[in-house]
Design a protein around this ligand. Structure first.
Ligand code: GTP
Ligand code: MG
Length: 151
């Protein structure tokens, strides 16, 4: 099954939004398979956002992302990469519809509270960057057969 890397950024952690964000993925029926709080180094973040090196906002992005603990997670389930992005909303919160995480909880593109992998390939790379294989759990939630007709 598909997995995606979702991270609550330092502003989301500071603002007490860890619970509400986790709740949305849980109640959708997705499965939490890894989670930890960590303050990421500059090198780690430059690696995570390597595609954006050279953008004018890059130094600010790295400073923001390293400013405090991040809640790093792996979520699993059917089409979770695409649905995770849809649940987050647009990069710019002002372009995110109400009902999405960014559309409900934030305003500024430089303080947009959460990250989600943008493709299955990116998800694989990001999960490998943020988690050791043994930190990712394999388990069957009690509700599994009530979420999926056929696994
Ligand atoms: P992530 O899920 O964090 O990767 O966001 P995204 O995939 O929606 O956007 P992208 O990967 O293009 O940019 C990564 C992050 O850089 C965004 O989430 C923003 O926090 C920040 N960012 C992107 N564009 C801008 C911008 O124009 N200005 C500023 N200040 N920050 C930006
Ligand atoms: Mg991105």
């Amino acid at each position: 099954t598909e997995q995606t890397f979702i991270a609550i950024k330092p502003d989301g952690v500071q603002r007490g939004l860890v619970g509400p964000i986790i709740s949305r993925f849980e109640s959708r029926g997705y499965k939490l398979v890894a989670i930890k709080l960590m303050t990421a180094s500059k090198e780690h973040l430059e690696n995570h956002y390597s595609d954006l090196a050279g953008k004018p906002f890059f130094p600010g992005l790295i400073a923001y992302m390293g400013s405090g603990p991040i809640c790093a997670m792996v979520w699993e389930g059917r089409e979770v990469v695409k649905m995770g992005r849809a649940m987050l909303g647009a990069t710019n919160p002002l372009a995110s519809a109400p009902g999405t995480i960014r559309g409900d909880y934030c305003i500024d593109v430089g303080r947009n509270i959460c990250h989600g992998s943008d493709s299955v390939d990116a998800a694989k790379k990001e999960i490998a960057l943020w988690f050791k294989p043994e930190e990712v759990q394999s388990w069957k939630p009690a509700q599994f057969d009530w979420v999926y007709e056929k696994a």
